[in-house]
Design a protein around this ligand. Structure first.
Ligand SMILES: [Zn+2]
Ligand SMILES: [Zn+2]
Length: 311
């Protein structure tokens, strides 16, 4: 006989009445550990299938920083790997050379790759740009995330080319994606706003896929936790400098008070994209005169940045 539910009762799963570990406010469901794990794994697989992110013959370079998002990404891709024909994974870690932060995360990345039986490759700023991030940033720490973001993207592309990958997978979650949408709106950067979709080929010949783009950050972290993986890693020391930090806290407040805000923001972006004529927004594509990468002007973002840092 069921007794009346009191407000002090612990929440139970909406699907099986076992104790709930996740309250998914945007779906109005509570989920137990089994149903929560299934839900995340199923949704990630569906996104990959729906957007045709992975095709037969692909060799996917998984950007593995060693943090929670990329760790979850590698775990999930390795789990689903048998479902795809002739597809292989290789983990690629970028070593920016951030003192007191990167060494530990590289070791974490190595362990994760070894645990799931995936090959691992490290590519460093030092090798690619002949300097580490700490040296490049001396005296301009406030630009850290911008500089690092641009160079890391380039390093990842080079690292992926080196291991003959056909695609790059990154661990961007729903929060990251929603933050980017809002930041691009705040900056008035329409080309970047619509370019940020599931498969992005705009700045290299290597398509980038983001299989976690519909999973909230909280659920990515809980997924690892429920799976018994505790990641206690240092946070990037440059993290607080960016506009992203403001947008992050604003959005998480909004999501808390109005569940579903982040998903609706992504919907808005999709609608804008649908009505845009891409050529009018982006302008014609050129080649960088320094490195030959596709870009919108005379020099690509990376070459322009390296030139300004050298000054
Ligand atoms: Zn359940
Ligand atoms: Zn260039």
């Amino acid at each position: 006989m069921g007794r009346k539910k009191s407000p002090v009762d612990p929440p139970v799963c909406s699907l099986c009445e076992a104790p709930a570990v996740m309250n998914q406010q945007y779906s109005r469901r509570s989920l137990c550990s089994t149903h929560f794990i299934n839900d995340v794994e199923e949704r990630v697989f569906q996104v990959i299938e729906k957007k045709k992110m992975i095709r037969a013959g692909d060799r996917i370079a998984v950007a593995l920083s060693g943090g929670k998002d990329s760790t979850a990404l590698l775990l999930l891709l390795a789990l689903h790997l048998p479902k795809w024909q002739d597809v292989s994974l290789i983990a690629v870690t970028v070593d920016e050379g951030i003192h007191g932060y990167r060494d530990e995360t590289i070791r974490a990345a190595e362990r994760v790759a070894e645990n799931v039986g995936v090959e691992h490759s490290v590519v460093s700023f030092q090798d690619l740009f002949s300097d580490n991030l700490d040296t490049l940033l001396k005296g301009r720490e406030e630009q850290a995330c911008t500089v690092c973001g641009i160079l890391r993207k380039k390093a990842l592309i080079e690292g992926a080319k080196k291991v003959r990958a056909t695609k790059i997978a990154t661990g961007h979650n729903l929060n990251d994606e929603a933050q980017s949408v809002l930041m691009n709106v705040l900056r008035g950067d329409l080309p970047r706003l619509v370019r940020n979709s599931g498969i992005d080929t705009a700045d290299s010949f290597l398509p980038r896929i983001k299989p976690l783009a519909e999973i909230p950050e909280k659920e990515v972290a809980s997924y690892l936790f429920v799976k018994g993986m505790f990641l206690l890693l240092p946070e990037c020391p440059y993290r607080g400098f960016a506009l992203r930090a403001d947008v992050r806290s604003m959005l998480s407040g909004l999501e808390h008070r109005n569940p579903g805000t982040m998903l609706r923001l992504m919907e808005s972006r999709k609608k804008i994209e649908k009505y845009l004529e891409w050529e009018k927004v982006s302008g014609p594509l050129h080649r960088c005169r320094q490195c030959g990468d596709p870009c919108s002007g005379d020099l690509c973002q990376v070459c322009r940045l390296l030139l300004s840092l050298a000054r």
